[in-house]
Ligand binder design. Structure first.
Ligand code: IPE
Ligand code: IPE
Ligand code: MG
Length: 263
């Protein structure tokens, strides 16, 4: 092993390793979801085209997925493209679709090596057929992996998802196979695309915006929300571990009172 060239170079690595140890011992959230925002502003700040921000954003995805597998996180959901993002200029949409193509093609081997199971939630009818085929291929090839469940919200919109679940229940009631009186929050959740995932414990949004932008609206009922000012391409594994550390400090009550408060 070669010696580190300077103390300064060693310091951040050592700090990261220490943080990773913390994450292994602390109560890790079962499910972290991230609204990856700020690629455009990152590029503008560098006088670069928005496309360059999206390219840098893919590198950040790689860093966070590696960190998540390194610490043994169970579920990570990344908001990659919303159902409203189709409203962007066609050149930007085409560039983003090209990046999805290359990610699903070039990263699948590393995901397999890291025991990651990749899946997509969202509308599967509007993107180009070849992307949907690539996604299905990744899903098939990683289906047996038992490590991190990595879910990309791709052409995803929570309101559409909730409407589709309501429609499915209404159709079953109309056909006489479902008693409307039997519908509960649990049975409704089971109709959502996230049916086999626990609700997110922590939702992080980068770039300083403080909104959910149609992401996991039903599932976020009791999620801890963390808004960070960092633009997505700059969101580092260290900041990810900091986020988990700050989550571990929060007291989750789920409507109850903490035992110490009960006199
Ligand atoms: C997030 O970055 C990426 C996608 C929504 C696909 P943005 O492209 O929204 O970046 P800003 O918000 O314009 O900075
Ligand atoms: C949300 O970011 C969608 C993704 C991160 C994929 P946007 O940049 O599209 O959200 P708004 O338009 O600022 O609400
Ligand atoms: Mg944005």
């Amino acid at each position: 092993m070669s010696a580190p060239s300077s103390k300064a170079e060693l310091a951040p690595k050592a700090e990261l390793a220490q943080k990773a140890d913390f994450a292994k011992t602390a109560d890790l959230p079962r499910h972290v979801a991230i609204i990856m925002d700020g690629n455009g502003r990152w590029a503008r700040a560098r006088h670069m085209p928005r496309a360059a921000g999206h390219v840098a954003g893919v590198s950040a995805v790689r860093g966070i997925v590696r960190a998540a597998t390194d610490i043994g996180l169970q579920n990570l959901t990344l908001y990659a493209f919303s159902s409203e993002n189709w409203k962007r200029p066609p050149t930007e949409v085409n560039h983003l679709m090209g990046l999805f193509r290359s990610y699903f093609r070039s990263d699948v081997d590393e995901l397999i090596a890291r025991n990651v199971r990749l899946r997509i939630i969202g509308n599967r009818s509007r993107a180009e057929t070849d992307i949907l085929e690539m996604i299905e291929d990744c899903e098939r090839r990683t289906a047996a992996n038992a490590g991190l469940n990595l879910t990309f919200a791709f052409d995803y919109g929570s309101q559409e998802e909730i409407a589709a679940a309501a429609r499915a229940l209404a159709e079953a009631a109309r056909d006489g196979t479902l008693d409307p009186a039997s519908i509960t929050p649990q049975s409704f959740s089971a109709k959502l695309s996230t049916a086999d995932l626990p609700d997110p414990d922590l939702i992080i949004r980068t770039s300083g915006e403080r909104r959910l932008s149609n992401f996991l609206l039903w599932q976020s009922a009791y999620a801890e929300l963390l808004f960070v000012d960092t633009l997505w391409p700059d969101f580092s594994p260290k900041q990810f571990l900091d986020a988990l550390e700050s989550y571990a400090q929060r007291e989750r009550r789920f409507g109850a009172v903490s035992p110490e408060a009960v006199a």
